[in-house]
Design a protein around this ligand. Structure first.
Ligand code: SAJ
Length: 404
Protein backbone atom coordinates (compact mmCIF):
# COMPACT_ATOMS: atom_id res chain seq x y z
CA UNK A 1 0.00 0.00 0.00
CA UNK A 2 1.30 3.46 -0.94
CA UNK A 3 1.38 6.15 1.75
CA UNK A 4 -1.01 4.97 4.46
CA UNK A 5 -2.68 7.89 6.20
CA UNK A 6 -3.43 6.02 9.39
CA UNK A 7 -1.42 3.50 11.41
CA UNK A 8 -3.51 1.44 13.84
CA UNK A 9 -1.44 -0.31 16.49
CA UNK A 10 -3.37 -3.24 17.98
CA UNK A 11 -5.85 -5.25 15.87
CA UNK A 12 -8.00 -6.64 18.68
CA UNK A 13 -11.62 -6.20 19.80
CA UNK A 14 -11.51 -2.42 19.28
CA UNK A 15 -8.52 -1.80 16.98
CA UNK A 16 -9.65 -4.07 14.15
CA UNK A 17 -13.24 -2.78 13.95
CA UNK A 18 -11.94 0.80 14.11
CA UNK A 19 -9.36 0.12 11.39
CA UNK A 20 -12.04 -1.45 9.19
CA UNK A 21 -14.37 1.48 9.76
CA UNK A 22 -11.73 4.05 8.83
CA UNK A 23 -10.61 2.04 5.78
CA UNK A 24 -14.23 1.59 4.67
CA UNK A 25 -14.39 5.35 4.19
CA UNK A 26 -11.56 5.10 1.64
CA UNK A 27 -8.62 5.98 3.90
CA UNK A 28 -5.46 3.88 3.65
CA UNK A 29 -4.92 2.12 6.99
CA UNK A 30 -1.81 0.20 7.97
CA UNK A 31 -2.73 -2.13 10.85
CA UNK A 32 -0.06 -3.41 13.23
CA UNK A 33 -0.18 -6.40 15.55
CA UNK A 34 2.61 -8.32 17.28
CA UNK A 35 0.74 -11.56 16.58
CA UNK A 36 1.68 -12.95 13.13
CA UNK A 37 -1.47 -15.07 13.03
CA UNK A 38 -3.63 -11.95 13.44
CA UNK A 39 -1.68 -10.17 10.69
CA UNK A 40 -2.03 -13.12 8.28
CA UNK A 41 -5.75 -13.53 9.03
CA UNK A 42 -6.48 -9.84 8.42
CA UNK A 43 -4.45 -9.79 5.20
CA UNK A 44 -6.64 -12.64 3.92
CA UNK A 45 -9.65 -10.41 4.59
CA UNK A 46 -10.72 -12.58 7.53
CA UNK A 47 -11.12 -11.99 11.27
CA UNK A 48 -9.83 -13.71 14.41
CA UNK A 49 -12.55 -12.49 16.81
CA UNK A 50 -16.29 -12.89 17.04
CA UNK A 51 -18.19 -9.66 16.34
CA UNK A 52 -21.28 -9.24 14.15
CA UNK A 53 -20.69 -7.50 10.76
CA UNK A 54 -16.95 -7.18 11.37
CA UNK A 55 -16.13 -9.93 8.86
CA UNK A 56 -17.82 -8.06 5.99
CA UNK A 57 -16.21 -4.75 6.94
CA UNK A 58 -12.70 -6.27 7.07
CA UNK A 59 -13.20 -8.28 3.88
CA UNK A 60 -14.34 -5.16 2.01
CA UNK A 61 -11.53 -2.97 3.38
CA UNK A 62 -8.82 -5.51 2.49
CA UNK A 63 -10.30 -6.27 -0.94
CA UNK A 64 -10.53 -2.56 -1.73
CA UNK A 65 -6.83 -2.22 -0.87
CA UNK A 66 -7.50 0.20 1.99
CA UNK A 67 -6.46 -2.06 4.87
CA UNK A 68 -3.21 -3.97 5.18
CA UNK A 69 -1.65 -5.53 8.28
CA UNK A 70 1.96 -6.05 9.36
CA UNK A 71 3.94 -6.66 12.52
CA UNK A 72 5.73 -3.29 12.33
CA UNK A 73 4.50 0.26 11.75
CA UNK A 74 5.30 2.49 8.77
CA UNK A 75 5.18 6.26 8.35
CA UNK A 76 1.70 7.87 8.29
CA UNK A 77 -0.01 11.08 9.43
CA UNK A 78 -2.16 9.67 12.22
CA UNK A 79 -1.17 6.98 14.73
CA UNK A 80 -3.77 5.24 16.90
CA UNK A 81 -2.70 3.20 19.92
CA UNK A 82 -5.32 0.55 20.68
CA UNK A 83 -3.42 -2.07 22.67
CA UNK A 84 -4.34 -3.82 25.93
CA UNK A 85 -3.57 -2.37 29.36
CA UNK A 86 -3.55 -5.45 31.63
CA UNK A 87 -2.55 -5.70 35.29
CA UNK A 88 1.09 -5.84 36.36
CA UNK A 89 0.90 -7.31 39.80
CA UNK A 90 -2.26 -7.41 41.83
CA UNK A 91 -4.66 -4.79 40.49
CA UNK A 92 -2.01 -2.36 39.21
CA UNK A 93 -2.36 -1.30 35.59
CA UNK A 94 0.46 -2.13 33.22
CA UNK A 95 0.98 0.44 30.44
CA UNK A 96 3.99 -1.30 28.92
CA UNK A 97 2.12 -2.16 25.68
CA UNK A 98 1.15 1.50 25.22
CA UNK A 99 4.76 2.41 25.87
CA UNK A 100 6.26 -0.11 23.43
CA UNK A 101 3.72 0.85 20.74
CA UNK A 102 4.72 4.49 21.25
CA UNK A 103 8.43 3.64 21.12
CA UNK A 104 7.89 1.84 17.82
CA UNK A 105 6.52 4.96 16.17
CA UNK A 106 8.82 7.58 17.73
CA UNK A 107 11.37 7.36 14.86
CA UNK A 108 8.53 7.71 12.31
CA UNK A 109 6.94 10.88 13.75
CA UNK A 110 7.14 14.14 11.82
CA UNK A 111 5.83 17.66 12.17
CA UNK A 112 2.00 17.93 12.02
CA UNK A 113 1.31 14.29 12.92
CA UNK A 114 -1.57 13.23 15.15
CA UNK A 115 -1.04 10.62 17.91
CA UNK A 116 -4.09 9.20 19.71
CA UNK A 117 -4.39 6.69 22.55
CA UNK A 118 -7.70 4.78 22.78
CA UNK A 119 -6.54 2.07 25.22
CA UNK A 120 -8.09 2.32 28.69
CA UNK A 121 -5.29 3.99 30.61
CA UNK A 122 -4.46 5.37 34.04
CA UNK A 123 -4.80 9.15 34.38
CA UNK A 124 -1.66 10.89 33.10
CA UNK A 125 -0.70 8.23 30.52
CA UNK A 126 -1.01 10.55 27.49
CA UNK A 127 1.23 13.13 29.21
CA UNK A 128 3.72 10.38 30.07
CA UNK A 129 3.84 9.32 26.42
CA UNK A 130 4.31 12.96 25.44
CA UNK A 131 7.39 13.12 27.74
CA UNK A 132 8.65 9.85 26.29
CA UNK A 133 8.36 11.13 22.71
CA UNK A 134 10.00 14.48 23.46
CA UNK A 135 12.83 12.89 25.43
CA UNK A 136 14.20 11.40 22.21
CA UNK A 137 12.66 13.84 19.68
CA UNK A 138 12.83 17.26 21.43
CA UNK A 139 12.61 19.02 18.05
CA UNK A 140 8.94 17.87 17.82
CA UNK A 141 7.88 19.90 20.90
CA UNK A 142 4.79 21.93 19.98
CA UNK A 143 4.85 20.43 16.48
CA UNK A 144 2.81 17.23 16.87
CA UNK A 145 -0.70 16.70 18.20
CA UNK A 146 -1.52 14.23 20.95
CA UNK A 147 -4.90 13.20 22.35
CA UNK A 148 -6.73 10.56 24.36
CA UNK A 149 -10.05 9.26 23.05
CA UNK A 150 -11.60 6.24 24.77
CA UNK A 151 -14.13 3.96 23.11
CA UNK A 152 -17.29 2.92 24.92
CA UNK A 153 -18.71 0.22 22.67
CA UNK A 154 -20.65 -2.81 23.82
CA UNK A 155 -19.26 -6.14 22.58
CA UNK A 156 -21.74 -7.59 20.10
CA UNK A 157 -22.78 -4.16 18.83
CA UNK A 158 -19.36 -2.68 18.08
CA UNK A 159 -19.82 -1.79 14.40
CA UNK A 160 -22.95 0.24 15.17
CA UNK A 161 -21.72 1.88 18.36
CA UNK A 162 -18.32 2.89 16.93
CA UNK A 163 -20.19 5.13 14.51
CA UNK A 164 -23.13 6.22 16.63
CA UNK A 165 -21.88 6.63 20.21
CA UNK A 166 -20.78 10.03 21.47
CA UNK A 167 -17.03 10.30 22.06
CA UNK A 168 -14.98 12.22 24.60
CA UNK A 169 -11.79 13.65 23.08
CA UNK A 170 -9.05 15.20 25.19
CA UNK A 171 -5.86 16.66 23.75
CA UNK A 172 -2.69 17.61 25.61
CA UNK A 173 -3.44 21.15 24.34
CA UNK A 174 -6.33 22.82 22.50
CA UNK A 175 -4.82 22.41 19.04
CA UNK A 176 -4.45 18.69 19.66
CA UNK A 177 -8.08 18.40 20.76
CA UNK A 178 -9.24 20.21 17.61
CA UNK A 179 -7.08 18.06 15.35
CA UNK A 180 -8.34 14.83 16.97
CA UNK A 181 -11.97 16.01 16.75
CA UNK A 182 -11.48 16.72 13.04
CA UNK A 183 -10.09 13.20 12.58
CA UNK A 184 -12.97 11.41 14.34
CA UNK A 185 -15.59 13.57 12.64
CA UNK A 186 -14.79 11.68 9.42
CA UNK A 187 -16.04 8.38 10.90
CA UNK A 188 -18.24 9.12 13.91
CA UNK A 189 -21.83 10.34 13.74
CA UNK A 190 -22.27 10.63 17.50
CA UNK A 191 -21.38 13.92 19.16
CA UNK A 192 -17.69 14.63 19.81
CA UNK A 193 -17.15 16.24 23.22
CA UNK A 194 -13.96 18.24 23.74
CA UNK A 195 -11.90 18.18 26.94
CA UNK A 196 -8.29 17.70 28.05
CA UNK A 197 -6.36 14.39 28.06
CA UNK A 198 -6.52 13.78 31.82
CA UNK A 199 -10.28 14.31 31.98
CA UNK A 200 -10.83 12.01 29.00
CA UNK A 201 -8.69 9.30 30.64
CA UNK A 202 -10.60 9.62 33.91
CA UNK A 203 -13.94 9.72 32.09
CA UNK A 204 -13.50 6.20 30.69
CA UNK A 205 -12.54 4.85 34.12
CA UNK A 206 -15.42 6.63 35.82
CA UNK A 207 -18.05 5.37 33.37
CA UNK A 208 -17.26 1.77 34.17
CA UNK A 209 -16.70 2.44 37.89
CA UNK A 210 -20.09 4.08 38.09
CA UNK A 211 -21.74 0.94 36.74
CA UNK A 212 -19.69 -1.24 39.08
CA UNK A 213 -20.74 0.83 42.11
CA UNK A 214 -24.39 0.66 41.09
CA UNK A 215 -24.26 -3.11 40.61
CA UNK A 216 -22.52 -3.43 43.99
CA UNK A 217 -25.46 -1.62 45.57
CA UNK A 218 -27.85 -4.16 44.02
CA UNK A 219 -25.63 -7.05 45.10
CA UNK A 220 -25.45 -5.70 48.64
CA UNK A 221 -29.23 -5.49 48.72
CA UNK A 222 -29.42 -9.13 47.64
CA UNK A 223 -27.33 -10.19 50.66
CA UNK A 224 -29.42 -8.07 53.02
CA UNK A 225 -32.69 -9.39 51.56
CA UNK A 226 -31.49 -12.98 51.80
CA UNK A 227 -31.09 -12.52 55.57
CA UNK A 228 -34.28 -10.50 55.91
CA UNK A 229 -36.41 -13.03 54.02
CA UNK A 230 -37.35 -10.53 51.31
CA UNK A 231 -37.45 -11.19 47.55
CA UNK A 232 -34.82 -8.75 46.26
CA UNK A 233 -36.23 -8.69 42.71
CA UNK A 234 -39.66 -7.65 43.96
CA UNK A 235 -38.07 -5.10 46.28
CA UNK A 236 -36.01 -3.46 43.50
CA UNK A 237 -38.95 -3.46 41.14
CA UNK A 238 -41.05 -1.65 43.76
CA UNK A 239 -38.29 0.80 44.75
CA UNK A 240 -37.80 1.66 41.06
CA UNK A 241 -41.41 2.85 40.90
CA UNK A 242 -40.07 5.96 42.63
CA UNK A 243 -39.60 8.54 39.84
CA UNK A 244 -35.96 9.25 40.76
CA UNK A 245 -34.74 5.77 41.80
CA UNK A 246 -33.17 3.35 39.33
CA UNK A 247 -31.50 0.38 41.04
CA UNK A 248 -29.72 -2.17 38.81
CA UNK A 249 -30.05 -5.95 39.12
CA UNK A 250 -28.05 -8.22 41.43
CA UNK A 251 -26.25 -11.19 39.92
CA UNK A 252 -23.55 -13.68 40.79
CA UNK A 253 -20.82 -11.03 40.59
CA UNK A 254 -19.43 -8.70 37.95
CA UNK A 255 -17.38 -9.95 35.02
CA UNK A 256 -16.12 -9.02 31.59
CA UNK A 257 -13.03 -7.17 30.57
CA UNK A 258 -14.04 -3.68 31.57
CA UNK A 259 -16.35 -3.12 34.52
CA UNK A 260 -14.60 -5.58 36.84
CA UNK A 261 -11.21 -4.17 35.81
CA UNK A 262 -11.27 -0.42 35.16
CA UNK A 263 -12.16 0.66 38.74
CA UNK A 264 -8.78 -0.71 39.89
CA UNK A 265 -7.10 1.87 37.62
CA UNK A 266 -8.55 4.54 39.89
CA UNK A 267 -8.12 2.69 43.18
CA UNK A 268 -4.46 1.90 42.57
CA UNK A 269 -3.60 5.58 41.92
CA UNK A 270 -5.95 7.17 44.49
CA UNK A 271 -6.27 4.54 47.24
CA UNK A 272 -7.10 6.99 50.04
CA UNK A 273 -9.82 8.81 48.14
CA UNK A 274 -11.55 6.01 46.21
CA UNK A 275 -13.35 4.39 49.13
CA UNK A 276 -16.70 3.64 47.49
CA UNK A 277 -15.10 2.52 44.22
CA UNK A 278 -12.77 0.13 46.07
CA UNK A 279 -15.52 -1.22 48.32
CA UNK A 280 -17.80 -1.80 45.32
CA UNK A 281 -15.13 -4.05 43.81
CA UNK A 282 -14.95 -5.98 47.10
CA UNK A 283 -18.74 -6.33 47.35
CA UNK A 284 -19.02 -7.58 43.76
CA UNK A 285 -16.17 -10.05 44.20
CA UNK A 286 -17.59 -11.24 47.51
CA UNK A 287 -20.96 -11.89 45.86
CA UNK A 288 -19.42 -14.68 43.74
CA UNK A 289 -17.80 -16.24 46.79
CA UNK A 290 -21.12 -16.01 48.66
CA UNK A 291 -22.96 -17.77 45.81
CA UNK A 292 -20.46 -20.65 45.89
CA UNK A 293 -20.95 -20.94 49.66
CA UNK A 294 -24.72 -21.02 49.23
CA UNK A 295 -24.40 -23.95 46.83
CA UNK A 296 -22.19 -25.79 49.30
CA UNK A 297 -24.77 -25.29 52.06
CA UNK A 298 -27.64 -26.40 49.82
CA UNK A 299 -25.74 -29.60 49.00
CA UNK A 300 -25.23 -30.43 52.67
CA UNK A 301 -28.83 -29.63 53.56
CA UNK A 302 -30.07 -31.89 50.74
CA UNK A 303 -27.87 -34.75 51.90
CA UNK A 304 -29.08 -34.43 55.50
CA UNK A 305 -32.70 -34.43 54.39
CA UNK A 306 -32.57 -37.16 51.73
CA UNK A 307 -29.69 -39.37 52.88
CA UNK A 308 -28.03 -39.14 49.45
CA UNK A 309 -25.97 -36.68 47.43
CA UNK A 310 -27.95 -34.33 45.17
CA UNK A 311 -27.64 -34.05 41.42
CA UNK A 312 -26.69 -30.44 40.72
CA UNK A 313 -27.25 -28.32 37.61
CA UNK A 314 -24.98 -25.31 37.12
CA UNK A 315 -26.85 -23.02 34.73
CA UNK A 316 -24.68 -20.58 32.76
CA UNK A 317 -20.96 -19.85 32.46
CA UNK A 318 -20.84 -16.61 30.43
CA UNK A 319 -20.07 -13.26 32.05
CA UNK A 320 -23.52 -11.89 31.21
CA UNK A 321 -26.79 -13.05 29.63
CA UNK A 322 -27.05 -14.23 26.02
CA UNK A 323 -23.37 -14.10 25.04
CA UNK A 324 -20.69 -16.78 24.61
CA UNK A 325 -17.92 -14.78 26.29
CA UNK A 326 -16.45 -16.42 29.41
CA UNK A 327 -13.71 -13.81 30.03
CA UNK A 328 -13.48 -12.82 33.71
CA UNK A 329 -16.79 -14.57 34.23
CA UNK A 330 -18.00 -14.87 37.83
CA UNK A 331 -20.27 -17.75 36.76
CA UNK A 332 -17.25 -19.67 35.49
CA UNK A 333 -15.43 -18.93 38.74
CA UNK A 334 -18.37 -20.23 40.80
CA UNK A 335 -18.70 -23.35 38.62
CA UNK A 336 -14.99 -24.08 39.10
CA UNK A 337 -15.29 -23.56 42.85
CA UNK A 338 -18.32 -25.85 43.11
CA UNK A 339 -16.66 -28.59 41.06
CA UNK A 340 -13.42 -28.29 43.00
CA UNK A 341 -15.34 -28.96 46.24
CA UNK A 342 -17.22 -31.83 44.59
CA UNK A 343 -17.54 -35.05 46.48
CA UNK A 344 -19.22 -37.72 44.35
CA UNK A 345 -22.21 -35.57 43.50
CA UNK A 346 -23.52 -35.68 39.94
CA UNK A 347 -23.06 -32.40 38.10
CA UNK A 348 -24.50 -30.97 34.92
CA UNK A 349 -22.81 -27.88 33.56
CA UNK A 350 -24.91 -25.80 31.15
CA UNK A 351 -23.97 -23.01 28.77
CA UNK A 352 -26.42 -22.79 25.86
CA UNK A 353 -24.27 -20.23 23.98
CA UNK A 354 -21.27 -22.50 23.48
CA UNK A 355 -21.02 -25.89 21.80
CA UNK A 356 -18.19 -27.36 23.79
CA UNK A 357 -15.64 -26.41 26.43
CA UNK A 358 -12.22 -27.88 27.11
CA UNK A 359 -12.74 -28.14 30.87
CA UNK A 360 -16.49 -28.49 31.38
CA UNK A 361 -18.60 -31.25 29.87
CA UNK A 362 -21.73 -29.42 28.77
CA UNK A 363 -25.32 -30.66 29.06
CA UNK A 364 -28.39 -29.19 27.28
CA UNK A 365 -30.22 -26.85 29.64
CA UNK A 366 -33.59 -28.59 29.66
CA UNK A 367 -32.13 -32.05 30.31
CA UNK A 368 -29.97 -30.69 33.14
CA UNK A 369 -32.97 -28.94 34.70
CA UNK A 370 -35.12 -32.08 34.52
CA UNK A 371 -32.47 -34.33 36.05
CA UNK A 372 -31.19 -32.11 38.85
CA UNK A 373 -32.24 -31.97 42.50
CA UNK A 374 -30.44 -28.67 43.07
CA UNK A 375 -30.48 -26.05 40.28
CA UNK A 376 -28.08 -23.10 40.45
CA UNK A 377 -28.91 -20.22 38.08
CA UNK A 378 -25.77 -18.15 37.53
CA UNK A 379 -26.64 -16.29 34.30
CA UNK A 380 -30.13 -15.18 33.22
CA UNK A 381 -29.92 -16.52 29.65
CA UNK A 382 -33.21 -16.26 27.71
CA UNK A 383 -33.40 -20.06 27.34
CA UNK A 384 -33.59 -20.51 31.10
CA UNK A 385 -36.57 -18.19 31.34
CA UNK A 386 -38.57 -20.69 29.29
CA UNK A 387 -38.29 -23.28 32.08
CA UNK A 388 -41.18 -23.53 34.50
CA UNK A 389 -40.55 -23.25 38.23
CA UNK A 390 -40.45 -26.70 39.82
CA UNK A 391 -41.04 -26.48 43.55
CA UNK A 392 -39.83 -30.07 44.05
CA UNK A 393 -36.31 -28.88 43.29
CA UNK A 394 -34.03 -26.74 45.42
CA UNK A 395 -33.54 -23.70 43.19
CA UNK A 396 -30.78 -21.17 43.85
CA UNK A 397 -31.69 -18.30 41.57
CA UNK A 398 -28.81 -15.84 41.83
CA UNK A 399 -29.72 -13.85 38.73
CA UNK A 400 -33.51 -13.59 38.81
CA UNK A 401 -34.49 -16.13 36.13
CA UNK A 402 -37.76 -16.74 38.00
CA UNK A 403 -37.99 -13.20 39.31
CA UNK A 404 -41.75 -12.96 38.76
N1 SAJ B 1 -24.41 -6.85 35.64
C1 SAJ B 1 -25.13 -7.08 36.81
N2 SAJ B 1 -26.27 -6.37 37.04
C2 SAJ B 1 -26.72 -5.44 36.16
C3 SAJ B 1 -25.98 -5.19 34.97
C4 SAJ B 1 -24.82 -5.91 34.72
O1 SAJ B 1 -24.76 -7.93 37.63
O2 SAJ B 1 -27.78 -4.85 36.44
C5 SAJ B 1 -23.15 -7.59 35.38
C6 SAJ B 1 -23.19 -8.44 34.12
O3 SAJ B 1 -23.79 -9.68 34.35
C7 SAJ B 1 -21.70 -8.57 33.82
C8 SAJ B 1 -21.14 -7.23 34.26
O4 SAJ B 1 -22.12 -6.67 35.12
O5 SAJ B 1 -21.10 -9.61 34.57
C9 SAJ B 1 -20.78 -6.27 33.14
O6 SAJ B 1 -21.77 -6.26 32.12
P1 SAJ B 1 -22.22 -4.93 31.36
O7 SAJ B 1 -23.26 -5.27 30.38
O8 SAJ B 1 -22.58 -3.90 32.36
O9 SAJ B 1 -20.89 -4.37 30.66
P2 SAJ B 1 -19.82 -4.89 29.55
O10 SAJ B 1 -18.59 -5.29 30.28
O11 SAJ B 1 -20.39 -5.83 28.57
O12 SAJ B 1 -19.53 -3.50 28.74
C10 SAJ B 1 -19.18 -2.33 29.45
C11 SAJ B 1 -20.03 -1.15 29.00
N3 SAJ B 1 -19.87 -0.05 29.95
C12 SAJ B 1 -20.92 0.49 30.60
O13 SAJ B 1 -22.05 0.10 30.50
C13 SAJ B 1 -20.60 1.65 31.52
C14 SAJ B 1 -19.60 -0.71 27.62
O14 SAJ B 1 -20.30 0.44 27.21
C15 SAJ B 1 -18.09 -0.40 27.63
O15 SAJ B 1 -17.64 -0.04 26.35
C16 SAJ B 1 -17.36 -1.66 28.03
O16 SAJ B 1 -17.81 -2.03 29.34
C17 SAJ B 1 -15.88 -1.35 28.00
O17 SAJ B 1 -15.18 -1.80 27.07
O18 SAJ B 1 -15.41 -0.57 28.84
Amino acid sequence: MENPEVVMIGLGYIGLPTAALIARGGTNVHGVDINQHVVDTVNQGKIHIVEPSLDEAVAAAVKGGFLKAATTPVQANTYLIVVPTPFKSKNEPDISFVKSATEAIIPLLKEGDLYIIESTSPVGTTEKMQDLIFSSRPELKGKIHMAYCPERVLPGNVMYELVNNDRVIGGVDEDSTEKAVAFYSNYVEGELHKTNARTAEMCKLVENSSRDVQIAFANELSLICDKAGINVWELINLANKHPRVNILQPGCGVGGHCIAVDPYFIVSDYPMESKIIGTAREVNNYKSFWCAEKVQNAKLAFELEHGRKPKIAIMGLAFKPNIDDLRESPAKYIAQKILQDANNEDYFVVEPNIEEHKVFKLTPYDAAYDEADVVVFLVAHDEFKKLSFDKEKKILDFCGVFRK
